[in-house]
Write a protein that binds this ligand. Structure first.
Ligand SMILES: Nc1ncnc2c1ncn2[C@@H]1O[C@H](COP(=O)(O)OP(=O)(O)OP(=O)(O)O)[C@@H](O)[C@H]1O
Length: 378
């Protein structure tokens, strides 16, 4: 952990349990606007101290869900409880959540110190205690020298750090963040991600975070809720989302996938599903309950397809393009028998790549192949 972050965490943490987060339970949360459902039955259990991210395309319902948790938007139905206590109809001010938004929402007419003091004043903390805690927090965040400045006299990163201090100074057990780093450049984003994650870990805070940036979600989160059309497609650890996507949408959304159509065959004693591809060739997927003869789509990530010597089981084709991009080469392969107009396979390989026009045979390990019914959307 960077020294500054350690300082900030220790300044905010007067005792071992003083800042530990709380658990949050959400059941059947729904919201419609003018007959259009924008959040459509969200259920989730979030453990105390967990970092959870809502990830999804614009309009998928992330912010509306967060606003319902915060109490700024009233749900049409469903329930929210914190540590087992129902807070569904509780005023936002009484929920004791912290909020950090993309627009820093600092008070422009107040100095940095006054901004950070504000939530403590609201809570009736004594003047002497406010002075002490604001001083400690700004010191720890490396912002003491800016205490007397107005927000407009600070850079974007400094303003966001003040916004974070203003939330953490009153030690909320649950912090809700909506695209808090959206306005910062890449380098500052990376730095602030490390800071946010370190503080969250150190203090055991429960954080619920909204972003549409995949990399950010992967870096920060214990679990990610992938949202689509107001619903959670899958709520899982980053690794599980990558390795065991439950829907074609999740397989494609995180890191892109190749989709190959075919029909299932029984894998015999191996507890495997063999997929006989429409183009010819076979892919084997492990641990999928198999109904032979079903039309399916097999999904494989570009980094998980392997080039092998021709033989039974692999899928033969011709290399179309090969582009070296540093540590690996991206190649595209048109499978023999592929219908005109279909996408070529995308493969990433670290081995010496074949050249365009060369014949290759493609396969994947069974654990890297996900199988979905052909009727599954996404
Ligand atoms: N107050 C409102 N009145 C009407 N429609 C709304 C309102 N708030 C949100 N919506 C609609 O609800 C849908 C979900 O919006 P929401 O802001 O929750 O999505 P999001 O996933 O957070 O998107 P973004 O990443 O763009 O912020 C959108 O189609 C939006 O236009």
């Amino acid at each position: 952990m960077p020294e500054q972050t350690k300082l900030l965490a220790s300044a905010l943490s007067p005792g071992p349990n003083a800042l530990s987060g709380k658990s949050l339970s959400v059941t059947g949360l729904r919201k419609s606007y003018g007959g259009t459902t924008v959040v459509d039955g969200v259920d989730m259990e979030i453990a105390a101290g967990e970092f959870v991210t809502f990830l999804g395309a614009s309009g998928s319902g992330k912010t509306t869900t967060l606003m319902m948790l915060a109490g700024f938007t009233e749900p049409d139905s469903g329930g929210i409880s914190v540590d087992g206590r129902d807070i569904t109809r509780l005023n936002p001010g009484k929920r004791d959540f912290g909020f950090v938004f993309q627009q820093y929402l600092l008070f422009p007419h107040m100095t940095v110190a006054e901004n950070v003091a504000f939530p403590l004043q609201l809570r009736g903390v004594s003047k002497a205690e406010i002075r002490r805690r604001v001083g400690e927090t700004l010191e720890a965040a490396g912002l003491s020298k800016f205490a007397g400045r107005k927000p407009r006299e600070l850079s974007g990163g400094q303003q966001q750090r003040v916004a974070l201090c203003r939330v953490l100074v009153y030690r909320p057990p649950i912090v809700l963040m909506d695209e808090p780093l959206g306005a910062l450049d890449k380098k500052l984003r990376d730095q602030m991600q490390t800071e946010i994650k370190s503080i969250q870990r150190e203090l055991g805070l429960t954080v619920i975070y909204v972003t549409h940036d995949q990399e950010e979600a992967l870096v920060l989160s214990d679990r990610i809720a992938i949202m689509k059309d107001g619903r959670i497609e899958q709520f899982d650890t980053p690794r599980a989302l990558f390795e065991r996507p439950r829907t074609p949408f999740v397989a494609d959304f995180l890191g892109a996938a190749n989709f190959l159509t075919g029909k299932t065959e029984d894998g015999g004693a191996d507890d495997c599903t063999r997929v006989r591809l429409d183009t010819g060739g076979v892919l084997t997927a492990r641990s999928h309950p198999c109904v032979p003869g079903q039309s399916v789509r097999a999904a494989v990530r570009p980094g998980k397809l392997r080039l092998v010597g021709a033989g039974e089981g692999c899928c033969s084709g011709t290399v179309e393009t090969a582009v070296y991009v540093g540590s690996l080469t991206r190649i595209t392969v048109r499978l023999d028998g592929a219908a005109p107009g279909t996408q070529p396979l995308r493969i990433e390989t670290a081995i010496v790549p074949p050249r365009p026009g060369e014949r290759v045979c493609v396969t994947a390990d069974p654990e890297d192949v996900s199988v979905f019914a052909a009727t599954d959307g996404g």
